[in-house]
Design a protein around this ligand. Sequence first.
Ligand SMILES: [Zn+2]
Length: 139
Amino acid sequence: METVFDFSMIAPCGINCGTCYAFQRTKNRCVGCLTPEGNKPRHCNLCSIKNCGHHPQNGSNHCYDCEIFPCKRLKQLDKRYRSKYHSSLIQNLKDLKVMGEDLYMEREKVRCRCKVCDAVICIHAKECQTCKTPLPELI
Ligand SMILES: [Zn+2]
């Protein structure tokens, strides 16, 4: 699953689509938020963050470049991901801004893997899908 660690997998909101259940499943697999054509879950096609009118005008696809970052919608999503899905999206975006694409993806390669068996994790799961080690509260 090499594409997990491609920058094109990082959605505007800071989710790494490569760590999403919809990308990792074999049946009806999602192509990732920023891939223009292809299968995506309905809630992703309707996403108010992806389809937001505030998108930065400087070519960046990511919310950290927005004049109203972090907006209310992103804060709500961030809260849900912090409490349920092992990930702070706002912190991801702040880190991405500071680190730049390449360094950020190098970090993803390390932190999006199970510390025990090295399998790519799914942030929507409670445990590693391969060895069943519980995931930390925040990766
Ligand atoms: Zn594991």
